[in-house]
Write a protein that binds this ligand. Structure first.
Ligand code: 0RA
Length: 647
């Protein structure tokens, strides 16, 4: 066995906990054992490879989905050390792979992903796999070791010499642990793409051996030379930029690296994505505060100094500076502190000032050097402030009117008797006639019905004050009991008086129906996102077919179910008379059928709307609902049930 380099001692790795604990309570370590947890395993391994990249030792990472849904992650890093750990009398490789939290890297001056948010280590992946093989190319030799359920099934074997360096990990997740073993290509691709933008110059590839394209395995390379600048362009692909090139900022102070790219577009939405050591900080934190502070300060100063705000009759708020802004704020921090409910918020207080200074200085220079572009942006900011002013008035009108009309509930709402939000459900139903059927079919004790007429407003394109004037949208706000509040120019959704904990979107099972549910979802995503985040929003799944033989019938939700129902009824014979009805709309069902199949909690198949990936969701919505028409139709037709966008 090879000796370790002097700068690394296998003895530094401490033994902490057994892997039994991980198998007993996997949720404690990887969050969930559903599809999300399954994908988490890949990120756990990839994060370690990324750490090698951040430490300056790795240029390429390959992820392979094998035919049986096992995964290989290859990197060209230093390779996991294989020297003897004296105290444990085991190879360092074995310790890293079989002892919890034994990542083995103690260099506090390097940025680490793996120690951060995910950070449970490759040993957890090992514990939750029926089979794992580690292959290490290091210091001229090639070593392997295999494991099952986290326990070694072989020694560390020196297989021979090697010209390369790196670590290959192949694992097969345990079906006894996970609800599903099927990897989703797009989920892996989206994160690898993101990682390529966040780590410019790093090559990542994804290969799917389950699928062939033109005779070869489906495969994609993710590589970015421009980094965040390209990331912003990618995110805004379906929007119209206000200015050609994104503004790009890099800086470093006190060992904290700052990289920011921002671009204004003609839309009304604000999209700020933030990362700490490559981890998405969904709840923002000190780096995002620093960014916003700089944007406010520099634009305000520039506008004031140049008399651009002189005609304005009302004040400009922070939000106005960020309307139509897409930005990525990425920092690398040696010892990040994460806080917040989901540990998705950066806490290190020194980072605010560092980011604010870096972004402030870059913006100041940019505005001074590009007065024409500066004017275009400031004009947009003024427009945003004017629109916000109008929107506030419209909103106040709606909210005041509700108080005046007593109950404040819309006339079209058929409310339920229960006043307990936890027990209550509301169905948002496309069309008055389906609404009528739903009203007859429901259990009025706990199910309310709000019919929505025809196509609801496309909020992606409409000016904000128009949204509050829209009848259907007003009805949704008042029926749900939520309101938008504005404090110091920042808006938030008040959900304290939310009247239902299940909000079910019920539309026809055809392309038009799915367009309408996408419109409603876009509205929720842009204006009531907390309701999605808190898990209150669902999509009803009406059946697609009824297969009938005489008096017997079954409902079917997909083509396989339909076929097996047909097979069962006919027993394969041609002369058996069966009827297959395809339900195109909710209107083809009577009240009893709608209850039985789609509304009855015992039988129905609700899909909860979750946002796994905000970036993807934002892109999809702006593509579906924004200005650029061509990709939209194709996307809707291909994903009529948007099963593939995690929404
Ligand atoms: C422990 C120590 C060192 C590297 C690694 C582990 C390591 C782990 C993984 C997991 C996947 N790829 C990896 N690459 C490296 C530092 C080694 C040294 O100082 O030479």
């Amino acid at each position: 066995m090879a000796e370790n380099k002097p700068n690394y001692s296998a003895n530094n790795i401490q033994a902490l906990e057994g892997l039994e604990a991980v198998r007993k309570r996997p949720g404690m370590y990887i969050g969930t054992t559903d599809s999300k947890g399954l994908h988490h395993l890949v990120w756990e391994v990839v994060d370690n490879s990324i750490d090698e990249h951040l430490a300056g030792h790795c240029t390429q990472i390959d992820v392979i989905i094998h035919e049986n849904n096992s995964i290989t992650v290859k990197d060209d890093g230093r390779g996991i050390p294989v020297g003897m750990h004296e105290k444990l009398q085991k190879s360092a490789l074995e310790v890293v792979m079989t002892v919890l939290h034994a990542g083995g890297k103690f260099d506090k001056d390097t940025y680490k992903v793996s120690g951060g948010l995910h950070g449970v280590g490759v040993s957890c992946v090992n514990a939750l796999s029926t089979y794992l093989k580690a292959e290490v190319h290091r210091e001229g030799k090639y070593y392997t070791q295999e494991y099952s359920e986290g326990k070694p099934t072989s020694q560390v074997v020196e297989q021979g010499s090697s010209e390369i360096h790196g670590t290959y990990i192949t694992f097969q997740p345990d079906e006894k642990i996970f609800d599903t073993l099927v990897y989703r290509y797009e989920t892996l691709a989206a994160r690898l793409r993101e990682l390529s933008y966040l780590n410019k110059g790093l090559k990542l590839t994804l290969t799917d051996e389950r699928e062939k394209v033109d005779g070869a395995f489906k495969s994609e390379d993710f590589y970015s030379e421009g980094g965040l600048k390209e990331f912003v362009k990618f995110l805004d692909e379906t929007r119209t930029p206000l200015i050609e090139e994104p503004i790009y900022v890099v800086g470093k102070e006190e060992n904290v690296e700052v990289e920011v790219a921002l671009q204004y577009n003609t839309s009304y939405s604000e999209n700020i994505y933030s990362f700490v050591n490559n981890i998405n900080t969904r709840e923002g934190g000190t780096h995002v505060s620093g960014f916003k502070r700089a944007v406010n300060r520099e634009f305000t100063k520039y506008g004031n100094d140049n008399g651009l705000f002189s005609k304005l009759k009302f004040s400009i708020s922070g939000e106005d500076f960020r309307e139509g802004l897409t930005a990525i704020v990425s920092v690398k921090v040696p010892e990040p502190q994460f806080k917040g409910q989901t540990k998705g918020e950066l806490g290190n207080s020194e980072v605010t000032g560092i980011v604010s200074r870096a972004v402030g200085e870059a913006l100041k220079n940019y505005l001074e050097e590009n007065p024409k572009k500066a004017k275009v942006i400031v004009d947009k900011v003024i427009l945003a402030a004017t629109a916000r002013h109008a929107a506030r008035k419209a909103r106040e009108m709606v909210q005041r009117k509700n108080v005046l009309t007593g109950t404040g509930l819309p006339g079209k709402l058929s409310d339920c008797s229960s006043k307990d939000p936890v027990l209550s459900e509301i169905f948002l139903v496309e069309g008055d006639s389906a609404g009528g059927t739903a009203k007859q079919g429901r259990d009025r004790n706990f199910q309310a019905i709000l019919p929505l007429r025809g196509k609801i407003l496309n909020v992606e394109k409409a000016l904000e004050h128009k949204i509050y004037e829209n009848e259907e949208i007003k009805n949704m706000f008042t029926a749900l009991g939520v309101s938008i509040e504005e404090k110091e120019g920042e808006r938030s959704l008040n959900t304290e008086k939310l009247r239902y904990h299940k909000i079910v979107i019920m539309c026809d099972a055809d392309v038009d129906g799915s367009h309408i549910s996408t419109l409603i979802l876009t509205f929720f995503f842009r204006y009531m996102r907390p309701l999605i985040e808190q898990g209150y929003v669902y999509i009803a799944q009406p059946p697609l077919y009824q297969v009938r033989k005489g008096k017997n019938f079954v409902y079917c939700w997909n083509d396989e179910e339909r076929q097996s129902a047909i097979d069962q009824y006919t027993g394969g014979r041609e002369d058996v008379n069966i009827k297959v009805q395809r339900y195109k709309g909710l209107g083809e069902m009577n009240a009893d059928q709608l209850w039985e199949t789609t509304m009855n909690p015992e039988e129905r198949k609700l899909r909860q709307v979750t946002i796994e990936d905000f970036l993807e969701a934002d892109r999809v919505f702006s593509m579906l609902m924004g200005d650029e028409v061509p990709p939209r139709r194709a996307f809707i037709e291909a994903n009529a049930k948007y099963a593939n966008i995690d929404i």
